[in-house]
Design a protein around this ligand. Sequence first.
Ligand code: PLP
Length: 347
Amino acid sequence: MLPTPVLERAREELVDWQGSGMSVMEVSHRGRPFVETAERAEADLRTLLRIPDDYRVLFLQGGATLQFSMVPMNLAPPGARVDYVNTGNWSAKAIDAARQRQDVNVAADPGAPYRTIPEPVQWHLSDDAAYVHYTPNETIDGVEFHYIPDTGDVPLVADMSSTLLSRQLPVQRFGLIYAGAQKNIGPAGLTLVIVRDDLLSRAPSDLPAPLSYRAHADAGSMLNTPPTFAWYLAGLVFRWILDEGGLAAMANRNYRKAARLYNAIDRSAFYSNPIDENCRSWMNVPFTLADPALDDVFLAEADGADLRHLKGHRSVGGMRASLYNAMPEAGVEALVEFMAEFERRHG
Ligand SMILES: Cc1ncc(COP(=O)(O)O)c(C=O)c1O
């Protein structure tokens, strides 16, 4: 979901942006008006996340999936040792991509189905890793870290696609953070990378420019035409979060939404969530029905009640409720009421 005020503002401005008589999609990305919009978006993001001055923010394309390859290409020489923690479907994909080029040490892997996170004391981190990669929130599995692992001097790299901007974050604990925009940030087509300055110099000089963080940083994310409409919309989302009270307000709201749904699931013998309690996701709540034969009925009736996109990912089945920033508390309330009513009739 995108926040309704953001969509309304975009609608208002769609055919006449800033009195230009044109859409923001029709102006030059190098013209002053767009550059100012782009800079304001970055400044607002820096305010929200308190991004330290020695970090660069890149507005890229290619999704988080391209980052699975760009991270190793930029941060490690070919064949060098890199550490990955595997806690779900997206970590596993990041590992597969890194293996094409690196000596990957999987420091921890509880195995599928992913329902837990091994304690860091059980991880087998290498002494010589170029970085440690992990996925703070596993979107498909609903497994989330509620702490930041300590990797000492080894840069910590995080795929924050489904958790960035859901709460406050000490950016200085990370070497690099990346996120596809299409959860809490904006529309698909934009990918954010927040990278510590000193890591930019690790990129080999023969890396093609579109794959090089340093080249993107040097060009102010305008090495080539950026996804201007997605960047503009992300800027509106950052403004909306600031107007709503910033990341502390998002965190409170997101905590309450998740707690409301997990409580409803835990109180019922009809619904269940299989994830260890200490690593349940605030953003993605998978749940199953006591009788899987009722799954299709549940989805059809939910759809009839205007509750959409509840089908779990095909790799895990069951249901999944995604509670990103733009999902109002009333939306969770409506889901919980629907679930109770469905249980009453079918349980
Ligand atoms: C945690 C995580 N990583 C990576 C991806 C892949 O992102 P993209 O489709 O932007 O490449 C997703 C998509 O949902 C995700 O949730």
